[in-house]
Write a protein that binds this ligand. Structure first.
Ligand SMILES: Cc1cc2nc3c(=O)[nH]c(=O)nc-3n(C[C@H](O)[C@H](O)[C@H](O)COP(=O)(O)OP(=O)(O)OC[C@H]3O[C@@H](n4cnc5c(N)ncnc54)[C@H](O)[C@@H]3O)c2cc1C
Length: 426
């Protein structure tokens, strides 16, 4: 039995509910007084009760908690470390088209959800009205031309435009003259942790309780889930548990190791103050295969020289900080060595990187699914247990829509799309 909820309509697409309250985007954006105030459940001390317990405070867990709490479900989210402690706080900060026809609608829906979040007066999150644009750099003009033709056929809505080396520097003066590029009408740069933090705030605002600081795992009895046990001894009773723990999800779904659908692919990013030289576009070395099929990238990395692993130049600037990426590595690397590698390689594309002040360095793992698409929905064989993970390099771009699919699976027993179903054969 799914948990009972008071609203069938879903923020920000909702409108008038059974009690006559307007929960539409318009109402939500009007200001805090127009939507239900936060209902803070008392801290559970050593025992809590929820309709749904969510494990993981990344973009998926926080967005799912907000969406379910808005529908009236009593939600407790447990985060073992800190909100955005994983990739959701340490990504590049690019909300962009994922170049996959199954994931593209999730990107479009996530953009709508992000706009509603940004339009809320107190969200602390902003998104440009128009995409900054994505430049895919290629040293081979013919290869760039072929890519432009391919992308025109695959994603005409992104208006791919071939740029020769002169046009590239005219459009993005921070780049060195050399590579050609394909410009695409996608890419919204945001401070990397800002989306997750905004979803977490909305979740609390809508009444979800966030318990941060102690990891948890699903409690099971007689083939069904009965709640979550935290390492600090707290027990939470819940009718349903949603595992949204990124690359840590497999062991929570199946402690015996039978749910082996996610690989960790480690990425290091370097935060730079580039001043006036900060790029306006999101800029990436053109290797869509490496980005879309991170398993291919990690295979390449596995055989490579450890001191010189493959990386893809990518950079996005938001809030006065440029984030430079990244690697796709199967094992946790030494981030200091990778920092030097990334800045050296990037300086060949963007000379100002060589002189820029380094203001930070981050490392974390992407939850890379074995077939490139997330796993969402009920876990077969354990009643009440759900999962939503496997977004690889696209979790910020597509995560809010995935979270909504997971929320509907939990609250309404709605089946996820077959291509994303957690139970699909692989
Ligand atoms: C370098 C890099 C750059 C990226 N750039 C982009 C980008 O520009 N655009 C984009 O769309 N995507 C990007 N991504 C991918 C994106 O960041 C991820 O797909 C997304 O953040 C995954 O979100 P998640 O919520 O599934 O997992 P996570 O962010 O990993 O969150 C899982 C959370 O669960 C917690 N947790 C784990 N185990 C437990 C437990 N037992 N109990 C309680 N809590 C637990 C963790 O502490 C963590 O906070 C990038 C990733 C990397 C690594």
């Amino acid at each position: 039995m799914p948990p009972r909820v008071s609203r069938t309509a879903e923020w920000p697409f909702s409108s008038i509910d059974a009690r006559g309250e307007d929960h539409s985007t318009k109402a939500a954006v009007a200001g805090p007084e127009s939507y239900p105030r936060a209902v803070h459940h008392p801290p559970p001390a050593r025992h809590g009760r929820a309709d749904v317990a969510v494990i993981g405070g990344g973009i998926i867990g926080c967005a799912a908690a907000a969406i379910m709490a808005d529908r009236g479900a009593r939600v407790i989210l447990v985060e073992g470390s800190a909100i955005g402690a994983g990739a959701s706080g340490r990504n590049l900060g690019a909300i962009q088209h994922p170049f996959d026809p199954v994931l593209a609608p999730l990107y479009a829906e996530s953009l709508t959800r992000y706009r509603a979040l940004a339009d809320m007066s107190d969200a602390g999150f902003s998104l440009g009205r128009e995409p900054a644009g994505l430049l895919l750099l290629n040293h081979d003009l013919d290869a760039a031309a072929r890519q432009a033709v391919r992308l025109q056929a695959a994603v005409p809505e992104l208006h791919p435009r071939l740029l020769d080396p002169d046009a590239v520097v005219a459009l993005e003066p921070s780049l060195a003259r050399g590579p050609a590029a394909v410009r695409l009408a996608t890419g919204f740069p945001v401070p990397p942790a800002s989306a997750t933090e905004a979803w977490a705030r909305l979740a609390e605002e809508r009444g979800a309780q966030l318990l941060v600081g102690s990891p948890g795992h699903p409690r099971r009895r007689d083939g069904r889930v009965i709640g979550v046990a935290l390492d600090d001894g707290t027990q939470i009773d819940a009718e349903a548990v949603l595992v949204a723990a990124g690359p840590w999800s497999p062991r929570l779904v199946d402690p015996d190791g039978g749910w082996d659908r996610i690989r960790a692919t480690y990425g290091v990013t370097v935060q730079l103050d580039l001043g006036e030289a900060a790029p306006r576009h999101i800029v990436e070395e053109d290797d869509l295969d490496g980005i879309n099929r991170a398993d291919a990238a990690t295979e390449r990395a596995a055989g490579a020289d450890e001191s010189d692993p493959p990386s893809l130049f990518s950079i996005a600037s938001a809030g006065g900080v440029s984030t430079l990426g990244s690697t796709f590595l199967p094992d946790e690397p030494d981030p200091t060595g990778i920092e030097m590698l990334l800045t050296r390689r990037a300086a060949a594309f963007m000379p100002a990187v060589a002189e820029a002040t380094v203001v930070g360095r981050r490392m974390c793992a992407r939850p890379q699914s074995v077939d490139g698409r997330p796993f969402i929905g009920p876990v077969p064989g354990v009643s009440g247990l759900f999962v939503c993970t496997g977004h690889g390099p696209w979790g910020i771009s597509t995560g809010p829509a995935s979270a909504a699919i997971a929320a509907r699976a939990v609250l309404d027993s709605t089946a996820p799309p077959v291509e994303l179903d957690a139970a699909r054969p692989i």
